[in-house]
Design a protein around this ligand. Structure first.
Ligand code: UDX
Length: 446
């Protein structure tokens, strides 16, 4: 099938590449000329395992192209995927200007029937707005051309996006049109072979499904963080509690890892946007507000623990930080707990020596050169001359540590572990103070 994708960000690039990979003819359009010329050279602007070679292979095979020309993309694709950004407004609601601009563009250039597909995470009711923007653009041209708008939310995790696209649990499509249903079936047929993954529903339910999924996952994390904070105060170990509750299939082991708060481009933004949507229809969504509040507080927990370890005397101290990305296998630092920590440390006059396997360029881009930030080449270099070590991201390469070595390197010896990577007893035996998340006395001992 002929497919156009608007937006070559995370979602657009993965969607376009995976659809090309199963034989569709795909053109990806972006207004960022620099990005498009890099993509044309096979350079990927994001870090996503497996994506770069897949983009190159499909470009060589002639199934995947990039353009800055909206007319070319609109006329090419029968299916028009909108995968542009929906950043949060100051009030937390999703900013739809880019989505609606694409709708207008499609209306200005289309020359035949089109299916317009909302792939970006957009508030309930957006498909109607997209339809209205498109109709308006068509009316201006005096055109009677037909189109349909459907919702097809993505459920991609950074670092596992290709796998999520190709082997995802479900493919949700919101539409009331049989024609669209048949076309979307055809589009996704290669990914719908072994069992039926396509779920057709009305547009608004599809739009809400995406928010509900992310809000549910964020709720699980905030819930566990709340219990972890309680466990800390009650002398219980959240890791035991996690095993205890996860064994109940109604609860399950997934997504109940306590930590230093969720980050990324989705959970913080989507929970806020859904709460905002609830407010707009006059429903006070108390749980959503609490999920967000708990997460905000959780992001301060590493700093609070450091303060406790140093009796509030952090000025002039050098803190080694392992892990800048909001989670492993990505270079993304959006809403990362590491940022809350670094900013709090800088505010009290402490220095940071940070290491991350992938996100150091991103950190440089965000914070530039500053005296109180050193980006170290290795996890060992980050620890050199530091007073304490904080772990923000559970990269695999941080999981094995020679504690005797760490004790020699760290002036104070303190580890604040935002991801519960180590056995508290092993760390304590090496003579290091260990502050984990929700692990009873080990996290409280100072
Ligand atoms: C998420 C959803 O998983 C995905 O389905 C959706 O489409 C987009 O948002 P992503 O943001 O890439 O994907 O990351 P994810 O792996 O879900 O992790 C989100 C955050 O939650 C990370 O900061 C992670 O560290 C944190 N997390 C996750 C926990 O703190 N505990 C857990 O048990 C799981």
């Amino acid at each position: 099938m002929k497919i156009a994708i608007f937006g070559t960000g995370y979602v657009g690039l993965v969607t376009g590449t995976c659809l090309a990979d199963v034989g569709h003819d795909v053109i990806c359009m972006d207004v960022d000329a620099d990005k498009v010329s890099r993509l044309k050279r096979g350079e990927i602007p994001i870090y996503e395992p497996g994506l770069e070679s897949m983009v190159r292979d499909n470009m060589h095979a002639g199934r995947l192209r990039f353009t800055t020309d909206p007319a070319e993309a609109v006329t090419f694709g029968l299916l028009q995927f909108i995968a542009v950004g929906t950043p949060a407004d100051e009030d937390g609601s999703a900013d739809l200007q880019y989505v609606l601009a694409v709708a207008k563009t499609i209306g200005e250039h289309m020359d035949d029937y089109k299916v317009v597909i909302d792939k970006s995470t957009v508030p309930v009711g957006t498909a109607d707005k997209v339809g209205a923007a498109l109709s308006q653009a068509l009316a201006k041209r005096g055109s009677q051309l037909e189109f349909d708008v459907c919702s097809n939310p993505e459920f991609l995790k950074e670092g596992a996006a290709i796998d999520d696209f190709t082997r995802g649990a479900r493919i949700v499509v919101g539409t009331d049109s049989e024609r669209v249903e048949a076309l979307m079936r055809e589009c996704y047929a290669p990914y719908n072979r072994n069992h039926e993954k396509l779920m057709f529903m009305d547009v608004r339910s599809a739009e809400l499904t995406k928010y509900a999924a992310n809000a549910m996952l964020a709720t699980k994390i905030s819930f566990m963080n709340e219990i972890a904070n309680l466990a800390e105060r009650l002398g219980a170990d959240i890791e035991e509690v996690r095993r205890g509750i996860g064994s109940d299939p109604r609860i399950g082991y997934h997504f109940i890892y306590p930590g230093c708060g969720y980050g990324g481009s989705c959970f913080p933004k989507d929970v806020q946007a859904l709460a905002r949507t609830a407010g707009q229809v006059g429903y006070p969504a108390e749980l959503l507000g609490a999920v967000e509040a708990v997460n905000r507080r959780q992001k301060t927990t590493l700093f609070t623990k450091l303060q406790r370890a140093f009796d509030g005397e952090l000025k002039g101290k050098t803190i080694a930080l392992w892990g800048l990305a909001f989670k492993p296998d990505t270079d993304d630092m959006r809403e990362a707990p590491s940022r809350a920590l670094m900013e709090a440390l800088w505010a009290v006059g402490a220095k940071v020596q940070a290491h991350d396997p992938e996100a150091m360029d991103e950190c440089r881009r965000l914070y530039g050169q500053r005296n109180d930030l050193t980006l170290a080449d290795s996890r060992e270099a980050a620890v050199e001359g530091a007073d304490a070590l904080v772990i923000c991201t559970e990269w695999k390469s941080y999981r094995t540590v020679d504690f005797a070595w760490l004790k020699r390197e760290l002036a104070t010896p303190v580890i604040v572990d935002g991801r519960n990577l180590f056995e508290p007893d092993a760390v304590k035996q090496a003579g290091i103070l260990y502050f984990a998340v929700g692990r009873g006395e080990s996290s409280m001992q100072a």
